[in-house]
Design a protein. Sequence first.
Length: 120
Amino acid sequence: MVEPSQPPIKASGIRAFEHTPGGSVRFVHGYDHGVRTVTLAISNNPPGGDAPEHRHPRGEVFVVSEGRGVYSVDGVDIVAAAGDVVVVPAHSLHSFRAEGDTSLRHVAAFDSVRFDTEVH
């Protein structure tokens, strides 16, 4: 077996921020790990938890790993569940909320070396 060039990054070792009431987000900046053009946001949102409308100067892709969420992209609601992918073009006004009785967990990938947000 070939040894990896870097050990896995443990999410538990990454500082968490509260971005939704009772929720958390952890950022993995690719440039810290030899990948210059991507930032990941690992997000956990309790039932009913939501993010305010905001936008980014770069595109964003959500990969839903658990639960069900409603993602609003430029005023259009998209219902997504575990296994679904939601694409948000650059500069699009968007938000999300956890729907149902379980937490919404997703990973968001940004085509950017850093994370910039404009909240509305």
